[in-house]
Design a protein around this ligand. Sequence first.
Ligand SMILES: Cc1cc2nc3c(=O)[nH]c(=O)nc-3n(C[C@H](O)[C@H](O)[C@H](O)COP(=O)(O)OP(=O)(O)OC[C@H]3O[C@@H](n4cnc5c(N)ncnc54)[C@H](O)[C@@H]3O)c2cc1C
Length: 403
Amino acid sequence: MRILISGASIAGPVLAYWLTRHGFDVTVVERAPQLRKTGGHAVDLFRPAMEISEKMGVLPRIEALATGTDTATICREGTRRPVRVDITKAVSAVSDRHVEIMRDDLSEAYYDAGRDDAEYIFGDSITAISPNGEVTFEHAPPRGFDVVVGADGLHSNVRRLVFGEDAGRTRFLGGYLAVQSVPKSLAPVGEMVVHVGAGRLAGIYTAQPLDDARALFMFKSMEELQYHYRDVVRQKELLRTAFAGRHAMVDSWLDELDRTPTFYFDSITQLQLDTWSRGRITLVGDAGYCPGPAVGGSTSIAVLGAYILAGELAQANGDYTRAFAAYESEMSETVRRSRAMARGIAKGLVPNSRAGVWALTRGAQLISMLPAGLTKAVARLNTKGVRLYDSMQFKEYSTPVAG
Ligand SMILES: Cc1cc2nc3c(=O)[nH]c(=O)nc-3n(C[C@H](O)[C@H](O)[C@H](O)COP(=O)(O)OP(=O)(O)OC[C@H]3O[C@@H](n4cnc5c(N)ncnc54)[C@H](O)[C@@H]3O)c2cc1C
């Protein structure tokens, strides 16, 4: 059975790995000319994704590449005294099993785990998919596939081709997010420096394995801003408008905007599709159920979704109608809960007022002053909220082909 996956970031390579282990014939098409090692940002892997990575044999590599950022210095706009926060305590309250890693390093680890067993085509994109599985590409000749999977992110091409231009109801969560690469000398190693004011937050971090540092910006907006998601010049302009002139250190990061080799900007938007499959086509990861960048643990959900989709296709012997129904049913509660959690985090992460900024910094400071055991005990009372990932159970699938 021939399966085509669009997108080689996180969900795509994990899905390709498991599908080939189950004996499927897999092709992955990625728009970028090679695996994207483009700076990127740090992402969190929580318990289920850590366990799946362990089954894939890549966990030691992932752990070796962890960013190791364990403290944050938070500076409130208009005040002189920064607050130091122990990030490890806050994270351990959320999950007992967690690692933070740069997205590109994670993507490469998953790709390397299965690259020899699947066909990877870089620098190409699907242009049409017919109901009987005939696929045309920008460059490669047309080919037929039994199943097509969109693992091509929040702005998924497959989702647009299959569900139409307005594919999927999206919900703007009231903010924007940007990340850019800046010189390593601008950031201390092992520590994140954050400047926070009403409606905006800017931070910088680096890690031992990195050649550079990453400046991250989040800001609130009541309304959606007008720009195209590929119009980088306009996006940089919007970022400068939101942050310029607030603090000399933040200005020095903005000064790098015209030189930076890598820049990411997107709205914090949640996808709210009721179903993410149609006929022989389905979606995985951010393409189907992004809870919102940086607010809903979407990397872990992408890994989990890929593992489950592959397992269900194997269990149904390739009967995609049965497999997609089972996949959606297995994922639906996780997706629903992560959407709810993301909406809450998006609301609280960047406070709107000075009082909110004070409460956020004070809260973070208090958490980091509590003994770790107590933080975890308090958080454990809330399995539906912050402990979402640790409380997630997932099905085991037997893999007939040796890994
Ligand atoms: C700044 C930032 C911070 C984040 N922080 C966190 C975090 O702390 N924790 C967390 O869990 N998650 C975080 N995320 C989200 C995380 O990066 C994504 O959820 C995760 O990478 C999802 O993986 P994916 O494979 O589904 O999609 P993506 O990583 O978006 O990958 C999509 C892939 O498809 C490719 N593609 C796009 N269009 C086409 C096309 N037409 N044809 C072929 N290929 C195509 C792209 O090049 C890309 O390789 C963050 C995201 C951002 C932007």
